[in-house]
Design a protein around this ligand. Structure first.
Ligand code: SF4
Length: 684
């Protein structure tokens, strides 16, 4: 018997927990805690614990598939690669801007790097994006405007040193359980926990102060808190004076938000808003954590900038136990952004519209004529495909048929394409619509790096061989590039790719194999090999040109869609403890699927009574986009007038109901957290 332990990084949330994958004779049999790992110190949540279960599933893709006459047939790699290369070459010749590419926050840094390099150097467009657009695009855009850098300011461990932890729009206990462990460590030392959420979540139940506010009223709530802080003279005058700019504009604007008015907008009692403001402002160190409850709005970027305002007003930046901390969703969504899988930036957030940076990248890559035109974002790509302006789409490791807003629109868009390539590990709902499907390796079958939410770059290591003829994503993309005539993709290993990554990505320049192999790992920015990495940003100065943080005077705006007589509820969506995003991996884990086999709609007890709906009864939830049938969970743990559906379940897909019509002007985020909906009991 050959028993092996392979240290690696969890493939689910952005916490980036480390553990050993345990294999016997080339088959995974479990995971083993890795106590020295500083992220999770040997602890795991259920998803990490059972992360190995989907890897050897019988329904893994094992060979390329080509669709003929509406049906897939197995193909050789040569056939499939030649078909993809020739089709992309032909379409590129016609018009490169009619091609678009979705990269993957589930794939490694090296794979994302190769993918965007392929799009830019071989195809000649910036039409490359990924699911960060639908989770933390506004975090990147908002924090970049206020702090000069779009990343989480502090480390996970830093949160354990807070005196107050303010969670807004994050159910951290269920979504980032090992971050929640740090919140509890702070609580054990006497910290107060405040939670603002329309749902009385498991996180909220452990809070000292709970603010049950209406989805879509974040800016009003935060302005109300700042109003109290200024009224009480609790602002950090020294920090404001020395470290920030544009305070007077903020002050004038915040005056318009007395708590009594804010209470009418948010539904939170004035005294609770006052108590929260004073608790946050009086803390020696207050950490602010947020997630998609803040970002998934057409005002997502403004919501994020509001959190920056609150932190700067009270001087809660640049020390342990403070900061503005967007908890990134997917395991490598931070890394996919860092690697330039974005339509506006090369690796390291170097803008494609900057002529100097364009010529710098041309020199580094040894190519010419990189496009300086920003590309289309995820939702824009789907709209363009729907309208016939995008004709070819190549998707690596994403499943927009479950993850994107308005799924019927997405399906029509994908069916309208001339050519769809999907590269994945399972025949997902999206892959089923493809012309060519390319089988890839899962995370347990490959080497590379992931970058966690705290900007920590960590190794992923191959524990077992992949199934059948599946290949590494970077190898597939490199082979297509080579068949299209490029000589820029002669990579032999992820290590070789990483060397190129750090040569063009300033934040990663000081990271080498030896340094990354240590369990302590490194947080970017790490500009040279002597630099220790940066667990806490903005300690002395912000990353803006003049080093000052920028206050943004932001007015509250109502959501793009509001309840009315026909659709009287606010529908909001989110994740659960046992599943991850579109469920393509967790729903194939026997244990996780047994824990949570189907979706549900949460509805307040009083609302349910008015509609004659009992717990577990089937109901119809309807919006202007479509309708689904789903079981009801009748509960007092959600505010009246709001319903909640987890978005993991394709058979009761929450995103049939959401809208992609209106977008955040900065980050192009749709209004995923607020849809006007009706709920009806199904009779007969
Ligand atoms: Fe994996 Fe996140 Fe759970 Fe850690 S907290 S085990 S990274 S899913």
């Amino acid at each position: 018997m050959n028993l092996e332990y392979t240290p690696t990084t969890c493939p689910y949330c952005g916490c980036g927990c480390g553990f050993n994958l345990v294999s016997v004779d080339g088959r995974l049999v479990g995971v083993e805690p890795w106590k020295r790992n500083p992220v999770n110190e040997g602890k795991l949540c259920p998803k990490g614990n059972f992360s190995y279960e989907f890897v050897h599933r019988d329904d893994r893709l094992t060979t390329p598939l080509i669709k003929e006459g509406g049906k897939f047939r197995e193909a050789t790699w040569d056939e499939a690669l030649d078909l993809v290369a020739s089709k992309l070459s032909e379409m590129k010749e016609s018009n490169a801007e009619q091609l678009a590419f979705l990269s993957s926050a589930r794939c490694t840094n090296e794979e994302n790097y190769v993918f965007q390099k392929f799009v830019r150097t071989v195809i000649g467009t910036n039409n490359v994006d990924h699911c960060a657009r639908l989770c933390h695009g506004p975090s990147v855009a908002g924090l970049a405007q206020t702090f000069g850098s779009g990343a989480m300011t502090n480390s996970l461990e830093s949160c354990a040193h807070a005196d107050v932890v303010f969670l807004i729009g994050t159910n951290t206990l269920e979504q980032h359980p090992l971050m929640w462990r740090r919140v509890l460590q702070a609580k054990d030392k006497g910290a107060k926990i405040m939670v603002a959420d329309p749902r009385f979540t498991p996180s909220a139940k452990q809070a000292d102060l709970y603010l049950p506010f209406k989805s879509g009223t974040d800016v009003a709530l935060l302005n109300g808190m700042m109003n109290v802080i200024l009224e009480e003279g609790l602002e950090d005058k020294e920090f404001i004076e020395n470290r920030t700019t544009d305070f007077e504009e903020l002050k004038a604007m915040v005056k318009k938000y007395p708590v009594e008015e804010v209470s009418k907008i948010t539904g939170v009692a004035p005294e609770l808003i006052r108590e929260a403001a004073i608790m946050y402002a009086k803390a020696d160190n207050a950490a602010l954590l947020f997630s998609m409850g803040i970002t998934q709005h057409t005002v997502g970027t403004e919501n994020v900038m509001s959190t920056s305002n609150l932190a700067m007003l009270t001087g809660n930046i640049g020390r342990p136990g403070t900061g503005v901390n967007p908890l990134r969703g997917q395991n490598n969504v931070q890394g996919a952004c860092d690697m330039g899988a974005l339509p506006v930036s090369f690796p390291g957030y170097q803008a494609v519209i900057n002529e100097e940076l364009v010529s710098k990248m041309e020199t580094s890559w040894g190519c010419s004529a990189l496009s300086p035109t920003p590309g289309l974002t995820v939702v824009e790509i789907m709209h363009a495909a729907h309208d016939g302006d995008i004709k070819g789409l190549y998707i690596m490791g994403e499943n927009p048929m479950v993850s994107d807003p308005d799924i019927q629109h997405v399906e029509a868009a994908l069916n309208n394409l001339d050519f769809l390539v999907v590269q994945d590990i399972f025949l997902t709902e999206t892959a089923a619509l493809a012309d060519v499907v390319l089988p890839a390796m899962s995370w347990a079958e490959k080497d590379g790096t992931f970058t966690s939410t705290e900007r920590r770059v960590q190794y992923v290591r191959k524990a077992v061989d992949g199934p059948g003829e599946a290949r590494d994503d970077w190898a597939i993309v490199s082979e297509i590039a080579t068949r299209m005539g490029s000589d820029l993709f002669n990579f032999n290993s992820p290590q070789e790719i990483f060397e190129e990554v750090r040569s063009v990505t300033p934040q990663y320049a000081g990271m080498n194999q030896e340094r990354l192999s240590k369990p302590e790992a490194l947080h970017w920015p790490c500009p040279d090999e002597e630099h220790p990495g940066t667990p806490i940003l903005h300690a002395e100065r912000f990353a803006t040109a003049d080093g000052l943080g920028v206050f943004k005077a932001i007015e509250w705006k109502p959501p793009a869609e509001n309840p009315d007589e026909e659709y009287p509820f606010i529908l909001t969506t989110g994740r659960s403890l046992f599943h991850w995003h579109t469920g393509s991996m967790t729903r194939r884990s026997e244990t996780l699927d047994r824990e949570m086999p189907s979706g549900w709609v949460e509805i307040n007890t009083e609302d349910a009574a008015e509609l004659g709906i009992k717990n577990k009864e089937m109901v119809r939830v309807k919006t202007r986009r479509g309708e689904i049938e789903i079981g009801a969970k009748v509960t007092p743990d959600i505010i009246k007038g709001t319903v909640f559906i987890p978005f993991h379940f394709a058979e009761s897909a929450a995103n049939i109901l959401t809208s992609g019509d209106q977008l955040d002007p900065f980050a192009k985020m749709p209004e995923l957290k607020v849809s006007a909906a009706s709920v009806q009991k199904i009779t007969g």
